[in-house]
Design a protein around this ligand. Structure first.
Ligand code: ZN
Length: 237
């Protein structure tokens, strides 16, 4: 399937702002990751964002032209925006409910993953981009840029937003990069070190303490610990 991805607004005609963030910048960060994960799933993904329009109308009309050129009427357009005006959570627009299922799934998914409101599907037949492109648009208002909680949650994990959008759009699962498992810290020294480990606890230094205290055999030693060990061995006098 082909997808055209459009981040809303641009630096010349910026969208909303709040909490130190600008809508067009955050939307572009999400857009880049949406494209990344679409491609990872083997989908065709095109960046149809406009960066040059100098009026509000020019910005969305350029995006429409980019989308039509990239995918025509075959595939879907994903538009990325951030909401404003004193609310919280996700809402997703389409043209008169023709992609209602996808809209509802994305809204519910982001609401669940970020623990914010599920504002659900909204009719966007009045929005220029939505009513003009050849392919159907799913227009995601990810969360509220003027809501501090929303933005803290979003900026802490933009990948989560992109993955949610991509998975609900494609009905496929993104293979999450496997997190490195934390190496279990053994309380037992390795076999090769057993004898030395025993001796280091048994042998007494001149002040009566053992050379090593017998804890955390597989942890690295700090410089100060090393200095103490050298001193207990009588090597520093
Ligand atoms: Zn917007």
């Amino acid at each position: 399937m082909a997808y055209a991805v459009v981040a809303g607004h641009n630096s010349i005609i910026p969208g909303a702002a709040g909490n130190g963030y600008k809508e067009h910048e955050v939307a572009r960060q999400i857009k880049d990751k949406v494209i990344f994960y679409l491609k990872q799933l083997g989908e065709k993904a095109f960046d149809c964002t406009d960066n040059v329009g100098r009026t509000k109308e020019q910005v969305w009309k350029n995006a429409v032209a980019n989308c039509n050129k990239a995918i025509g009427k075959n595939g879907f357009i994903i538009a990325i925006h951030l909401n404003a005006g004193g609310g919280t959570g996700t809402e997703v627009f389409d043209y008169k409910g023709r992609q209602k299922d996808k809209c509802q799934r994305i809204s519910a998914r982001l609401a669940k993953d970020f623990s914010w409101n599920n504002r659900g599907w909204k009719n966007g037949d009045w929005i220029g981009l939505i009513k003009t492109t050849q392919a159907p648009v799913v227009y995601v208002e990810v969360c509220f840029i003027d809501n501090k909680n929303d933005m803290q949650k979003l900026m802490a994990d933009i990948d989560k937003a992109a993955i949610g959008i991509v998975e609900e759009m494609t009905n496929k699962k993104v293979s999450h990069p496997k997190k490195e498992e934390k190496k279990a810290t053994s309380n037992q020294p390795g076999k090769f070190a057993l004898e030395a480990w025993e001796k280091a606890q048994t042998k007494k230094s001149k002040d009566g303490t053992s050379i090593l205290d017998g804890t955390r055999p597989q942890e690295p030693i700090t410089r100060e610990q090393f200095a103490v060990v050298l001193d207990r061995l009588g090597l520093l006098d």
